[in-house]
Design a protein around this ligand. Sequence first.
Ligand SMILES: [Zn+2]
Length: 334
Amino acid sequence: MKAAVFHGPRDVRFERIDRPVLKEGEALLQVRACGICGSDLHTYRHGMFLQLGNPLESGRVLGHEFSGEIVEIGGDVSGVNIGDRVVSVGVGANAEFIKLTPMMIDSLVPFDESVSFVEAATTEPLATSLHAARLGEAKDGETHVIMGAGIIGLGILQCIKASSSASVILVDLSSKRLAKARELGADVTINAGDKNAVDEVLALTGSTQLNVVEAVQGNVDAVYDCAGFGKNFKGISVLEQAMSMVRQNGKVVVVAVFEQDVTIDYNMVVRKGIRVVGSWAWSREEFIEAFHLISSGKVDRKPLVSHTFKLEQASEAYETQLLAEEAIKVVFTP
Ligand SMILES: [Zn+2]
């Protein structure tokens, strides 16, 4: 079968590999759509998160955000039929077929023709966004700032807007991504390449009065760090910028992955009483809810898919997803 095989940093190749052989209780899914995740990019650039790839004798197959059609069932398996359209999570879906284990079969989410395979394949990153948005607890009338308008940041925007009337400010370096954020309902967007994001946000939101003598800079209820600190990043980290914007007792939700250590003046955390919360992945219930946000039409994921590629274009697909200015979500349609 066809596959995109990762061999090392900046080296993903289109290859033919053995099609999985089923054991009793397993099922074969023909992959119809598989997104390239931010974590796949960390692997692609630096070889991080190798555990999210399916190892072969030489190289490994990445890809865990997928949907497809059941084409073969090993023996007697209940709850799944040939021809079912399903969204699932596993590793190794940058390929024509992927084997579903009994555990994966138990957690499949089936869907009908009203949802496309490409939309369904964006369920996993939306679940990641939903988990982060829940930690931020947006309420009507609040102001939230999202640092980073990639698929996760834009998904957080969608989740906040689907559940509250909070104002949302998006910060990014890509004018294309920020235009997308406005299209999806962002109230304000700031291009951090043109303007100082902290100054802009402070000018918009002001400060918090701590007590009669002391004011604390920043009046944002929650800030989401969807940018992290990449190996090539310099200057003040997005995390520290987030802490400068947030109000007294506000929340900083950290969703991004850090490729290097950051230095933070922790007095700011103490003095402002900031709640710093890490956000990783999602629960099964959040995954199902994310899918329902899509299938009910509350959230439209179609505008986020910027490119689709065939497996034959494996290298081009990964290189495109690296182009933060151009790409939002790159999806393989094998
Ligand atoms: Zn992912």
